[in-house]
Design a protein around this ligand. Structure first.
Ligand SMILES: *[C@@H]1O[C@H](CO)[C@@H](O)[C@H](O)[C@H]1NC(C)=O
Ligand SMILES: *[C@@H]1O[C@H](CO)[C@@H](O)[C@H](O)[C@H]1NC(C)=O
Ligand SMILES: *[C@@H]1O[C@H](CO)[C@@H](O)[C@H](O)[C@H]1NC(C)=O
Ligand SMILES: *[C@@H]1O[C@H](CO)[C@@H](O)[C@H](O)[C@H]1NC(C)=O
Length: 280
């Protein structure tokens, strides 16, 4: 009896997952496909403080806070196309850890981040490189890995920890995805790609939208529409937009441009401030 009710519950949750996945697919697009802009920007320099671990079979960058007191606070970090092991993303994760969080970023590219296909000036090595095909392959891998990995991270830190999620570009899909569940207390994204209206209307948790002024993947009209939907659906959100910035500003800003550096730092600080608010 117990078994069959479990089976029924499993079936219902699979069906509801499938129907919400279809709803998301058929829902109007609000953030567009990855483009060349998702592969450009500046490489940063520094010494990463985290380490490589394997969680649920997925290579993971893990950086722990130097000290923490009371409740453990955790960040699921969903990287841009350059992946969790890209120096910029490692330094960003290190910053979050310095603010008191256990930060974990999974490599859903499984050793094949976009950087592998770019030269040192971030130009494609092979002029025929097919970005769409690479994105499709990476989405398939991530769709399998992310839910299992999320669950394993939640097991690792336990029920009392406060979980948050942040996604950049390619990774925004996973931070809005987990924001539609009770597995986090808050979520965030910066310069997202491939989102639909349903991703905003399905949210259950507070969301921070950290946006570039010029962003072909998430242009002004779509950003306004996203904010309208959040408002109409009584969601808790904070929307910020940085003048003089473009898609990629939060992870790959020009380190020699004071406006870019300010926006990049302020975006990261806002993510921490947002998570702090819900993680006490
Ligand atoms: C990249 O962004 C710039 C603006 O920053 C825009 O002019 C350009 O068309 C974009 N390129 C692609 C391929 O999306
Ligand atoms: C961690 O893994 C990444 C990706 O495989 C690799 O580039 C990096 O050198 C590794 N770092 C360490 C400390 O093993
Ligand atoms: C690139 O890949 C996509 C998806 O697999 C495919 O539809 C498209 O035709 C490819 N483009 C080229 C120029 O080969
Ligand atoms: C809207 O959300 C707030 C805060 O989450 C809640 O207190 C309020 O009851 C909600 N209002 C409606 C009409 O759902």
């Amino acid at each position: 009896m117990l078994l069959s009710s479990h089976a029924t519950f499993g079936l219902i949750s699979i069906l509801s997952w499938i129907s919400s996945a279809f709803a998301a697919l058929s829902s109007p697009s609000l953030a567009g496909a990855l483009s060349k802009n998702c592969t450009q920007g500046w490489r940063h320099s520094g010494s990463p403080k985290g380490r490589n671990v394997t969680i649920a079979g997925v290579p993971t960058y893990l950086v722990e806070p130097i000290r923490h007191s009371g409740t453990k606070k955790v960040i699921f970090f969903y990287a841009d196309a350059f992946g969790t092991f890209f120096i910029n993303n490692q330094l960003l994760q290190d910053y979050f850890a310095s603010q008191g969080y256990y930060v974990l970023g999974l490599d859903y590219f499984f050793g094949d981040p976009i950087g592998l296909h770019l030269d040192k000036d971030l130009q494609p090595i092979d002029p025929n490189f097919n970005l769409t095909a690479w994105v499709e392959k990476s989405r398939r891998q991530a769709a399998q890995a992310v839910p299992i990995w999320n669950e394993a991270v939640r097991k690792r830190y336990g029920q009392n920890a406060k979980y948050n999620a942040v996604g950049y570009c390619f990774g925004a899909l996973y931070s809005v995805g987990i924001g539609a569940t009770d597995d986090v207390v808050a979520t965030a994204f910066a310069h997202p790609a491939e989102l639909t209206e349903a991703h905003f209307t399905s949210l259950r948790k507070p969301i921070l939208l950290s946006c570039a002024e010029t962003d072909e993947a998430f242009p002004t009209a779509d950003r306004n529409q996203a904010v309208d939907l959040l408002t109409q659906n009584n969601k808790t959100y904070h929307y910020q937009v940085f003048s003089g910035t473009a898609h990629g500003f939060a992870t790959r800003g020009d380190p020699n441009d004071p406006n870019a550096v300010w926006a990049m730092k302020e975006s990261a600080k806002s993510v921490v401030g947002w998570f702090d608010r819900f993680s006490t």
